[in-house]
Design a protein around this ligand. Structure first.
Ligand code: ZN
Length: 125
């Protein structure tokens, strides 16, 4: 591999450090080394952290990005349930049901902060 002074290329930007860390973690799972760089204020509107990968991994990283974002989105929309995978509002057993739907028994949206709070209370945490 030719020695380069700056082998890092930016492949993504994130609004929050936690978001950048999630991208970095997902890249790491694919065997891609990355690093994060705090962006100067105002460089990119609303984006504060850049994710960089080595130039040799750039193509692979760019191909992975849509899947990584998809995964982050589906995790964010995951429903809140009790420890036994029941609805935190009515106790209905949600096992095997898609995570993005409201509770079929009481109809409550389980992806809201309110649902997460209820799930915490129901689990005694
Ligand atoms: Zn319910």
């Amino acid at each position: 591999m030719p020695d380069s002074a700056d082998p890092w290329v930016m492949i993504a930007t994130a609004a929050r450090k936690s978001e950048a860390q999630e991208i970095a973690y997902a890249l790491d799972l694919r065997g891609i080394t990355s690093k994060q760089l705090r962006l100067s204020r105002g460089l990119l509107k609303g984006k504060t952290v850049a994710v960089l990968v080595l130039a040799e991994d750039e193509e692979r990283a760019r191909e992975s990005l849509p899947f990584i974002y998809q995964g982050m989105q589906s995790r964010a929309s995951l429903r809140a349930t009790t420890e036994i995978n029941a609805c935190p509002f009515c106790g209905y057993d949600l096992a095997g049901l898609p995570g993005n739907l409201p509770c079929p028994e009481c109809g409550k949206d389980l992806s809201t902060p309110e649902a997460r709070e209820a799930a915490r209370r129901a689990s005694g945490l």
